[in-house]
Design a protein around this ligand. Structure first.
Ligand code: GLA
Length: 385
């Protein structure tokens, strides 16, 4: 797998080839895994993500007029337009870039355009936040280019604003937060009710984090995600206003899945998942890998049965992963309805594990799984400029 330096050098060369000069600013933003704490961020809960060694790179230079020129290495496409034009609704990667420009325009006075080259090695649609990293890399680059004064937290909020305001996604802030604030060798325990975090020392080297990309992207995922956001927020509101909150965990624990109305199931997931995040932190601090694996499995069950964001292919992959001797646990990661599975694996097992998963997934669904090992890295920032 390519290291950050190599990606940065390739990007700089790409910029030069495309635009005929060296970029003034180069910024990077990593993708992320989320160890535990899924579907909690937008409701003020807890999560434990970490940035991973997959990055988006943004090389850019200022223009003397209002022209904006952007090239995407992935799509081999250039796109040019004028700053200050009304928001244009475009498909694909243009939307993200356009959203960032609109957010800057809303907040700051910007009178000069820029030229940017976007590249990276984060697989898209695989639950490791390639789109959030794209936005965060562009935000960091433009912050430097326009010499804007804003804190990392503001930058994260603006990045989320791009998704919420311009892409009509109700997503929380976990992806952008992890991309900006992570540190190598640490996990981020984020408390979204306070919008702050604690750095947790990562597990030792006798294990690896592995992502299985199912290559399943359900068309309904955007709508279904928003529906979950609405259901959970409204369930929390009801519980808080009905004095039920103190007894709720007992009430919920006595209910069978089949007798529980869906809103309460969403709430049960939220309550138990936040507990699991705190338990996971304890287990990590005490290096209890086997128990941590079991907790990942519990999180998966809760996301499958109570939050109902899994799909058969993902359940199959999580089950298969657990059948492998050397896998401690596995769970669906990210927004759900497809995407990826995160697995905690014993050291030196990756090659065998990867072949095992690919073989059985192909046999069952005639689909190719992408399996990759990840390492924790530091957060986004300007590399040169
Ligand atoms: C997506 C969203 C995040 C978060 C996760 C679920 O990745 O972008 O904000 O809600 O789903 O935990």
């Amino acid at each position: 797998m390519k290291e950050l330096d190599e990606l940065v050098q390739e990007s700089i060369k790409g910029f030069e080839k495309q635009f005929g000069s060296k970029p003034d600013v180069v910024a990077q933003a990593p993708g992320r895994i989320n160890i535990i704490g899924e579907h909690t961020d937008y409701a003020g809960g807890l999560a434990l993500p970490a940035a991973i060694n997959r990055w988006m790179i943004c090389c850019c230079s200022p223009n003397t007029d209002k022209t904006i020129r952007i090239y995407s290495e992935k799509y081999k496409e250039e796109y040019t337009y004028k700053l200050n034009l009304k928001p244009i609704m475009l498909n694909s990667w243009h939307q993200y870039v356009n959203g960032v420009i609109q957010v800057w325009n809303d907040k700051f006075f910007i009178d000069k355009g820029f030229t940017a080259f976007l590249s990276g090695n984060i697989p898209s649609g695989s639950g490791v936040s390639s789109s959030a990293a794209l936005i965060v890399s562009l935000m960091n680059a433009l912050k430097k280019l326009y010499k804007l004064k804003l804190s990392d937290l503001q930058l994260v909020k603006f990045s989320q604003g791009v998704e919420n305001k311009y892409l009509n996604l109700d997503s929380g802030m976990m992806d952008q937060y992890a991309s900006q604030f992570s540190q190598a060798g640490k996990y981020l325990l984020i408390d979204f009710s306070k919008m702050d975090h604690e750095l947790i020392e990562a597990l030792n080297d006798h294990h690896s984090w592995v992502v299985i990309n199912s290559n399943i992207v359900r068309q309904l995922n955007k709508r279904a995600y928003s529906q979950r956001v609405r259901e959970l927020k409204s369930a929390i509101k009801t519980a808080l206003s009905s004095n039920l909150n103190l007894e709720l965990p007992y009430y919920l624990s006595s209910k069978k899945i089949s007798d529980t109305p869906s809103k309460l199931k969403r709430l049960r997931h939220f309550i138990t998942e936040n507990d699991r995040v705190l338990t996971a932190v304890d287990l990590i601090k005490n290096n209890k890998i086997e128990e941590l694996g079991k907790l990942l499995n519990e999180s998966h069950q809760s996301l499958r049965d109570d939050f109902e964001v899994s799909v058969p292919e993902i359940d199959f992959l999580a089950d298969k992963a657990n059948q492998f001797d050397g896998c401690y646990g596995a769970r669906i990661m990210g927004g759900g309805f497809g995407g990826s599975v995160l697995c905690l694996l014993d050291e030196n097992q990756f090659d065998k594990f990867s072949s095992f998963i690919k073989y059985y997934y192909k046999e069952e669904y005639d689909l190719d799984a992408e399996v990759f090992e990840v390492k924790t890295v530091g957060g986004a920032g300007v590399v040169t400029g």
